[in-house]
Write a protein that binds this ligand. Structure first.
Ligand SMILES: Cc1cc2nc3c(=O)[nH]c(=O)nc-3n(C[C@H](O)[C@H](O)[C@H](O)COP(=O)(O)OP(=O)(O)OC[C@H]3O[C@@H](n4cnc5c(N)ncnc54)[C@H](O)[C@@H]3O)c2cc1C
Length: 417
């Protein structure tokens, strides 16, 4: 199948907050836009946050308005579960080959949930970082756009598949669905592929898998979220204990030449935000923050100031050397306090690794003709028709992602006019 929208069309790869913004900005000035995402839903990482600063809004407040604008805009065509296979041509005349993975649920789906009820096979919930099991026929999350179920066919028994098929009154389950390859002709490509949490398994001294009391900051977002695995109550995974003490390990993977050299920009602010989640549920909990320096630039200084005087928050300037699992389910965090030159062994009930943002595109970007900087971010090259936006370009917050996506759209619409 080949799909042509004529000269001047823009392909936006990645439908997080950056891609949604770039797509809307380009379409609202009259360009045809194709927006793709590898996930079964749009919204990217912001959809997984509990609240986002500076205003601590739920993600719905930023995303839903964009979804509505996208639904209402006939110039934007969206493709979920879709990735780029190859890129050829050049600015003003790219041919991009794309592949849509089978969802096994077609557009007849009304999201009634009957397939999920009938399904007897389970998977680790990807949206909640495996912190709970869900049925293999599932809606990715409550506010998923498109609002359509997905079937993980490989995870299902034959019995489960026939129950899922039989339960659907709308003929929406298509077990024979195949990957679909198609080509688009576009003038410019906006790369808004965002970031992935740095893999905590690579941080050997932090022993992520040695204890369920060690979680990442993105897992903390899900634990605090009403639509998360614990319905918003922050409980220790594994034994559901209400933690009385917490540790945050800053720069977990960032600013480290053995892992990611860049500062992920957001992690200090994310920790202060997560302290606000803890304070709302556990006013007396002890919180220990192990840091190299605390970076909360510009408008975020006042957000940080709110917590600096809390006598139950102890800031320890020192890089964590080790985390030791204890028999009672907690962990001991080991570090040297560089201000007192004393070794610290701090036992806590729950330890949060503030893992940084790693560019999602990876080495594959080079095969698409992209230039990556030393940290793997996509260099914006409008002269080549390849423009990067948001966290594909640099580790930034939502506000800056919006700005860079608007700038990317402005560049993209000028190519091949
Ligand atoms: C713990 C934590 C908390 C945070 N809290 C806040 C906060 O409170 N406030 C704030 O402003 N910022 C916060 N951030 C930062 C925020 O998450 C980012 O600014 C935001 O996600 C950037 O959006 P994006 O669209 O650029 O990238 P993403 O959200 O990563 O979206 C990228 C999209 O591209 C898709 N994609 C990736 N690769 C491909 C591919 N090859 N093909 C097709 N699609 C692809 C992905 O599936 C995804 O949907 C936080 C970050 C962390 C780590």
């Amino acid at each position: 199948m080949s799909d042509t929208a004529g000269n001047g069309a823009v392909l936006v790869v990645g439908g997080g907050i950056s891609g949604l913004t770039a797509a809307l900005e380009a379409a609202e000035v009259g360009k045809d836009v194709f927006l793709i995402d590898k996930n079964p839903y749009f919204g990217g990482r912001v959809a997984q946050l509990n609240q986002y600063f500076p205003k601590l809004c739920p993600p719905t407040c930023g995303l839903e308005i964009n979804f509505k604008r996208i639904k209402d805009n006939r110039r934007i065509r969206t493709y979920s579960m879709t990735t780029v296979k190859s890129v050829s041509g050049g600015p003003g005349n790219f041919q991009v080959e794309l592949e849509t993975a089978p969802r096994y649920i077609n557009s007849n789906c009304t999201a009634c949930g009957a397939c999920s009820e009938a399904c007897s096979s389970e998977i680790d919930d990807p949206f909640n970082f495996g912190m709970r099991k869900i049925k293999a026929a599932y809606l990715p999350h409550e506010m998923a756009f498109p609002r359509r179920y997905v079937l993980d066919k490989q995870a299902c028994s034959d019995e489960s598949l026939s129950a899922v098929k039989g339960a659907c009154k709308y003929d929406a389950v298509d077990l024979d669905m195949q990957p679909e390859v198609f080509t688009l002709n576009v003038s410019a490509i906006v790369w808004s592929t965002g970031w992935n949490p740095y893999d905590p398994e690579k941080l050997e001294n932090l022993k992520f898998s040695s204890s369920s009391a060690i979680i990442t900051n993105m897992m903390m977002e899900r634990l605090a979220a009403d639509n998360g695995p614990t319905a918003g109550k922050i409980l220790r995974p594994g034994d559901d204990k209400e933690p009385e003490s917490f540790a945050f390990v800053q720069c977990a993977g960032s600013r480290d030449e053995n892992h990611m050299e860049h500062c992920s920009y957001i992690c200090c602010m994310a920790t202060f935000k997560q302290i606000s989640y803890i304070r709302a549920q556990y006013p007396e909990a002890k919180i220990y923050v192990f840091y190299i320096d605390l970076r909360t630039p510009g408008k975020y200084e006042s957000f940080r100031a709110k917590f600096m005087d809390d006598e139950n928050i102890i800031f320890i300037k020192g890089k964590v050397a080790d985390i030791v699992a204890e028999n009672d389910g907690g962990v001991t965090v080991v570090a040297e306090d560089t201000l007192t030159a004393k070794k610290v062994n701090q036992k806590v009930d729950l330890c949060v690794l503030a893992t940084g943002m790693q560019p999602a595109i990876g080495e594959q970007g080079k095969a698409y003709g992209l230039t990556l900087d030393g940290n793997g971010f996509v260099v914006s090259e409008p002269e080549k028709g390849m423009i990067s936006a948001g966290c594909a370009k640099a580790a930034v917050d939502v506000y800056s992602s919006g700005q860079s996506s608007t700038a990317a759209a402005l560049k993209a619409i000028q190519i091949g006019r």
